[in-house]
Design a protein around this ligand. Structure first.
Ligand SMILES: Nc1ncnc2c1ncn2[C@@H]1O[C@H](COP(=O)(O)OP(=O)(O)OP(=O)(O)O)[C@@H](O)[C@H]1O
Length: 298
């Protein structure tokens, strides 16, 4: 198998990604300047009964400002753990995580997460209160301004008419839109999404992916998105980091931007081989990609 990269395998360093250079195109200045996220050689361990459980082993990647970056891998490869670590809820055993060159020190409003669960919204609060609550609780905005911001973001996700509804009155997709509005209202520098659409039916999931991309077109936030769906990774991501099974290690970093349908199908096949095809696939993809990426960064 040839180790030569085809054009759509080339690492996207952001130079041909208009969006990645669009830190100054944030709509109305409503979101904070998108940040660069660097994960450097991060190993994550949990305390198990019989000693530490290694979730990821020396994982490294860079997410450029306004880039959509996807972590893809089988169940248990450490995707959520990486997101928790970037969120500041889990400290690396080795390696470090930086936002705009500064090591993170615990959770912060610059990194906000949206999860898969529908019950991430307190059920006793209205939709409007749910979106405004973190702004008020964190002291980011006084109540009146927070409610205004919340209305703005609800309109952005198409839920202006549901401000007074309670979460149980919404569909799964609508609840996820509320969660996205709530996250974006905090003006994060990096938006973290952990399988946000995994619990939705196929049609709603597809629509939500399109809506997320449309929202990103307007707001150009830096996005770190976790999924175990190859299809979703190629729809959502500019780049996709493929992780090996437990403990997660980087198998390859692949371009997912600007692909024709045929290229996307080929890329999906490659990812499938990377995930399930054994060491040959690693030789064919990981090493040249890693080398090219290193060269591009130096
Ligand atoms: N709180 C915890 N305590 C002990 N081990 C944990 C804990 N959370 C995760 N792990 C272990 O760490 C590894 C990685 O888990 P993680 O949830 O990050 O994987 P994942 O790729 O997100 O999986 P999934 O796609 O199923 O959500 C797994 O082996 C898991 O059992």
């Amino acid at each position: 198998m040839s180790a030569v990269l085809e054009p759509f395998d080339a690492i996207d360093t952001g130079r041909d990604c208009a969006a990645c250079e669009a830190g100054d195109q944030v709509a109305d200045g409503r979101l904070a300047q998108p940040s660069r996220l660097s994960v450097e050689g991060v190993s994550l361990d949990y305390r198990g009964e019989r000693g530490p459980i290694r979730a990821t082993h020396r994982v490294g990647f860079d997410v450029l400002p306004s880039e959509r970056f996807v972590l893809l891998g089988a169940s248990g490869c450490g995707k959520s753990s990486l997101l928790k670590a970037v969120g500041g809820f889990l400290s690396p055993t080795e390696g470090r995580i930086l936002v705009d060159g500064r090591p993170i020190d615990g959770p912060g409003p610059d990194r906000i997460a949206v999860f898969q669960e529908f019950d991430q919204l307190p059920p006793w609060k209205t939709v409007l209160e749910n979106v405004a609550f973190p702004l008020i609780a964190s002291g980011s905005s006084p109540r009146k301004a927070a409610l205004e911001q919340a209305r703005h973001w609800l309109a952005r996700v198409g839920l202006a008419d549901f401000a007074s509804a309670f979460p149980h009155q919404l569909s799964g997709g609508m609840k996820q839109r509320v969660a996205i509005a709530r996250a974006l209202a905090m003006k994060p520098r990096v938006l973290l999404m952990d399988e946000p659409f995994a619990a939705l039916d196929a049609l709603t999931r597809r629509r939500m992916q399109d809506e997320l991309l449309a929202l990103w077109e307007q707001e150009r936030f830096t996005l770190l998105f976790v999924t175990h769906s190859i299809e979703e990774a190629l729809i959502v991501g500019h780049r996709v980091l493929v992780l090996s099974p437990h403990p997660g290690r980087v198998r390859a970093e692949l371009n997912a931007q600007g692909l024709t349908p045929a290229q996307r199908a080929a890329q999906a096949n490659r990812i499938e081989r990377l995930l399930f095809g054994g060491p040959a696939a690693v030789d064919a993809f990981s090493e040249p990609v890693a080398a090219e990426r290193a060269a591009a960064l130096n």
